[in-house]
Design a protein around this ligand. Sequence first.
Ligand code: RP5
Length: 164
Amino acid sequence: MKKVAIIMGSDSDLPVVAKAADTLKEFGVPYELHIYSAHRTPVEAKEFSESARENGFGCIIAAAGMAAHLAGAIAANTTLPVIGIPMKSKYLDGIDALLSTVQMPSGIPVATVAIDGAVNAALLSVEILAVTDDDLAKKLKAKRDADTKKVLEKNAAAEAQYNF
Ligand code: RP5
């Protein structure tokens, strides 16, 4: 199975981005996690991106906050699908990172999830790998079904408490 790369701009992103790693673990998807910044370690970020395909990756998740160029910079150096996570920060609540990540000009796409959307980034990466992996597709369906069941149980409890 192809690996997923989880790259983040700073170790301050880790508490949120760790949820992506946890989600990939749930699905048994192999991953590597690295701290590379578009601004602070541009050489490492570029080298990783350029060699990601030949190193067995199928998708790259890139998380960054503030002037968040990481996902775009990575996407510029690979034709693998890149998923951007805009990170919330203390000044502009992540709107800065959201706009920096999502507003890619034509030619270099970044699939941007919600601010701090680490779980969805991981789920989207699993869905990408599952296009050519039937076992993974079955796991995704099972997870959806389990999540649906949980909501319906909560609905039944709420209905029982409030409806008459
Ligand atoms: C970005 O700047 C990082 O992704 C992080 O979200 C933000 C702040 O980084 P630190 O100053 O906390 O290292 O590059």
